[in-house]
Ligand binder design. Structure first.
Ligand code: ADP
Length: 398
């Protein structure tokens, strides 16, 4: 059984073909600048170890891009299958499922209608995701398509956690509430940690710290709370996003600078966060390098980032009445030993004893970073969102 995972964005399209008999990736790649000038195609055959590195390729639209993906997967030189019939089903990442879905679902006309209905909540993402599904249905009409939502895993939150104290009709009429994102990652990591802990009753805090960052509290396998909100702007500070801020600050900046709605949206989503404070880059490695060279704004951004993650951990320990394990994942969470140490240093009050030496070792896979007598375990876990999408697609179509 082979599952093709598609993550269709507005101008990019990521793909991965996974063999479900052993959950190994056969090939993966990305189409960039789809529909704009100078499109680029990158592809890796993990069976033979061959690759196509950032090659220019005509991709005027998503249909041509997906067609190129399918042709390359079957190509004599780079391919991993001889015929598209070997692909059993397609799993699509969809950002927003609104309140319609608390699990992945097999695509039919009603699903497409519901996705279009919630598109207003994720105008940059859902339309592009839907386009990927429609193109796939056109190109491979006999195959089943499954959608896996960023929001679904968080649907277990109780109203007390997901409601905003706006007038109630903003919830009933406009669907304004907390939804949460990165659900596939939070699910994968929390399930893995639950298995490692070896107990059903578990309180796990997952810190997904990448360019986008979110934290979730997962009690007995169910999300109790998560840091992102109606959109992925809320929560901890991110590469280019503000994270939590007084909502009135946005109104004030808008008024004082004479910004339009679109301009304040861009300012908070694309020009803030680490980039906004540090001023030179949104990349955490650049930030750490500048900090080492004595850049004070880099140090401030680093301190703000770690502080905010730490206070979310405290809040989520409170939300679950305790915590058994904290897991770090995402580009920064998996690789950034310094931020992990800075964050965990201030958590001794929870009974956490951090193993600073182990934390510095660069070991791949799941690694325990707490001392054996620590009351709260700390893990570094490599997330795998594509595998969650492939597993759900397999589960719903086999
Ligand atoms: P995205 O949200 O785009 O998927 P990733 O999860 O790939 O992002 O994370 C990207 C972030 O991870 C970048 O800020 C990058 O600098 C950071 N990162 C990658 N490697 C390291 C490292 N060795 N140390 C610290 N940060 C790192």
């Amino acid at each position: 059984m082979k599952i093709l995972v598609i993550n269709s964005g507005s101008s990019s399209l990521k793909f991965e073909l996974i063999d479900m008999t052993n959950e190994k990736t056969l090939a993966k790649g990305i189409c960039e600048r789809v529909g704009i000038a100078n499109p680029i195609f990158t592809y890796k055959n993990l069976v033979k170890g061959t690759k196509i590195d950032k090659q220019e390729a005509p991709m005027e639209n998503h249909s041509i891009a997906i067609d190129l993906v399918l042709k390359t997967l079957q190509d004599k030189e780079h391919g991993v299958i001889t015929n598209v019939d070997e692909i059993d089903a397609i799993g699509h990442r969809v950002v927003h499922g609104g309140e319609y879905y608390d699990d992945s679902v097999v695509v039919d006309d009603e699903v497409i209608k519901n996705l279009e209905d919630v598109s207003a909540l994720a105008p940059l993402h859902n339309p592009a995701n839907i386009m990927g599904i429609k193109v796939m249905k056109e190109l491979l009409p006999d195959k089943k398509n499954v959608v896996v939502f960023d929001t679904a895993f968080h649907q277990s939150m109780l109203p007390e956690a997901y409601m905003y104290a706006f007038p109630y009709e903003d919830y009933t009429e406009l669907k304004v509430r907390k939804y949460g994102f990165h659900g596939t990652s939070h699910k994968y990591v929390s399930e893995l940690v639950r298995e490692v802990l070896g107990k059903e009753d578990s309180k796990i805090i997952v810190c997904h710290l990448g360019n986008g960052a979110s934290i979730s509290a997962v009690k007995n396998g169910k999300v109790v709370d998560t840091s992102m909100g109606l959109t992925p702007l809320a929560g901890v500070m991110m590469g280019t996003r503000t994270g939590d801020a007084d909502p009135a600050a946005a109104l004030y900046v808008m008024e004082k600078r004479g910004l339009s709605l679109k301009e304040i949206d861009t300012r908070m989503n694309k020009k803030s966060g680490i980039l906004g404070i540090f001023g030179e880059s949104s990349d955490f490695r650049d930030l750490e390098a500048a900090m080492e060279a004595g850049n004070e704004r880099a140090k401030l951004a680093y301190d703000m980032f770690c502080y905010r993650v730490k206070i979310y951990i405290g809040a989520y320990a409170a939300a679950m009445d305790g915590v058994d394990a904290i897991a770090f994942t995402g580009g920064i969470g998996e690789n950034g030993s310094d931020p992990r140490e800075t964050i965990c240093e201030g958590l001794g009050y929870l009974g956490l004893k951090f193993d600073a030496e182990k934390n510095k070792e660069r070991i791949s896979g799941t690694v325990e970073l707490s001392k054996p007598d620590s009351k709260v375990k700390v893990y570094k876990v490599e997330t795998n969102e594509e595998l969650v999408i492939a597993r759900d697609t397999y589960r719903l179509t086999k």
